[in-house]
Write a new protein. Sequence first.
Length: 165
Amino acid sequence: MEATEAGIYADAEAAFDHLLSLPEVNPDKVVFYGYSLGGAPCVELAHRYANQPAALITEAIFRSVEDLLQDGAGASLDVSMVSDLRFDNFAKIHEVGAPLLIIHGRDDDYVPVEYGIELYAQALEPKELYLAPGAGHSTVPGEAGSPNRQTYLDTVATFLDTYVP
């Protein structure tokens, strides 16, 4: 079976509904975290629900599939020729009411750092932006024991302590 954007969103919503159905889960403490493509369903759900999540953390996400394809190809393309997926985070981020932490590697050679900066600029307050120095697409947290790792952990911890006490 081929994955569809609607199907991915439906799966995320089903997982979220299941999480909220668990008696030990406090809905006021649910945080969405999405890395790369995984950020799209998190942004979508945070866009759909006014009171959920308590906070949203994205790492190395893109503005939209169209932008990613256009920028990666270096030419104007009819995106429908390549993909029917849109995952238009940029069109939704300005309606997400949850506190937002956007994390991106300064040296991401897959999803340009400008995407993180532009999503941050488009987002509502409260919001924070952490651009990891020297980090690529999959190396933002850094190696265990590295200064980047500690800064990453401190940034996330401080954000969560502030918005999800």
